[in-house]
Design a protein around this ligand. Structure first.
Ligand SMILES: NC(=O)c1ccc[n+]([C@@H]2O[C@H](COP(=O)([O-])OP(=O)(O)OC[C@H]3O[C@@H](n4cnc5c(N)ncnc54)[C@H](OP(=O)(O)O)[C@@H]3O)[C@@H](O)[C@H]2O)c1
Length: 322
């Protein structure tokens, strides 16, 4: 089969196409023929070595595809059935061996590309808005990179809850998209000072929560956007790592809370994975969650997909199609 292999950390050109053996089916695992692999920002952190993985490594954590074969002890999966996953390393490949407890069934009517597009980013938007900080209809949230993969899904989930949504984006096209997905206000943070804009929109009160995946460029100003007792949810670092800071700042800025969560802690057991995936996939099935696929690339073009995502050229989901 064809798979992408990373032999050393570095730029997108380190993602090399290789011919390898189809994995042997192991007990408790399901061999899946991949229909679509999700590209996520974490794949970039792993490729550059910011998040360490053992090399050689086949990147990709997410995908959807059709059951090819099941290992001993696996029950309930039929050959040809459509399944999806969000935390199985080695997903940039034509076949992926997924542990049974990390796999979910895709409800009828959802195409493989849509399923692959919402597993990791959809469950992230889900835990951020329901568990890390439970949004309410009387709350206002600030979502950075609101037209990104997670961003567009989080905007929609926050609006379904009834919260007021302020988004930030870098371009007018991304602004239009975030507004289409329901954001109430979208700030062009590359041209406008988002802190003063947020103050203006909220009549000086600030927001109850900031969902910040941009990190270095937005973190400290975002603290100034929070109302007293507000929550700073730092869940990514697309612009770079946030440096150390004096915790007293949280006191002086209004007894603020800060957290740095990861999806993998919110789907660590089978029940939480099943419940979150089911909620997200049901929303897609009922057309309550629109899936915006930014770009698809062939599996061999993984490096091009990384370049597109890193250079802020994409809005919504990036997929590789084997
Ligand atoms: N902790 C978790 O559980 C978890 C789970 C999933 C994803 N994440 C994080 O969430 C973030 C979004 O992931 P995603 O896969 O959905 O990516 P994405 O949002 O589609 O892409 C990243 C976006 O970040 C913005 N950005 C701002 N400054 C940037 C810079 N210097 N370089 C590159 N991008 C910049 C860009 O939007 P604009 O052009 O509009 O600025 C860009 O489109 C990532 O930081 C990722 O690590 C965290």
């Amino acid at each position: 089969m064809k798979a992408i292999v990373l032999h050393q950390f570095g730029g997108p050109d380190q993602l090399v196409v290789k011919k390898t053996e189809i994995p042997d089916v192991k007990p408790g695992h399901v061999l899946v023929r991949t229909a679509a692999c999700g590209v996520n920002y974490i794949d970039i952190y792993q490729r550059t070595g910011l998040y360490r993985v053992d090399l050689p490594y086949t990147p990709g954590l997410e995908g959807a595809g059709f059951v090819k074969e099941t290992g001993d002890g696996v029950q309930g999966y039929a050959e040809g059935e459509l399944v999806a996953w969000a935390d199985c390393p080695g997903s940039y490949a034509e076949f992926v061996l997924v542990p049974q407890d990390r796999l979910v069934k895709v409800p009828k009517g959802i195409e493989p590309q849509k399923a692959a597009a919402v597993m990791l980013q959809g469950m992230t938007a889900h835990y951020l808005s329901n568990s890390t900080f439970k949004l309410r209809s009387d709350f206002t949230c600030l979502i950075h990179a609101a037209a990104g993969g997670v961003g567009l899904l989080l905007v929609q989930m926050a609006k379904r809850i009834g919260a007021k949504v302020i988004g930030t984006v870098s371009t007018a096209e991304k602004r239009t998209l975030a507004l289409e997905m329901g954001a109430d206000h979208v700030i062009l943070y590359t041209q406008q000072d988002f802190e003063s804009q947020v103050k203006k929109i909220t009549d000086g009160k600030g927001v109850n929560v900031v969902y910040d995946s941009v990190g270095k460029d937005t973190f400290f100003k975002s603290l100034n956007c929070l109302a007293p007792l507000g929550y700073m949810v730092l869940f990514g670092q697309s612009s770079g790592k946030v440096g150390p800071f004096d915790l007293t700042v949280l006191n002086t800025k209004g007894s603020l809370f800060v957290t740095r969560p990861s999806l993998f802690h919110y789907i660590s057991d089978r029940d939480s994975l099943q419940k979150r995936a089911k909620d997200v996939l049901n929303m897609v099935q009922k057309n309550q969650l629109k899936v915006h696929i930014a770009q698809t690339f062939s599996l061999s073009e993984a490096s091009r997909a990384h370049i597109a995502l890193e250079s802020r050229k994409t809005a919504g989901k990036v997929l590789l199609i084997p």
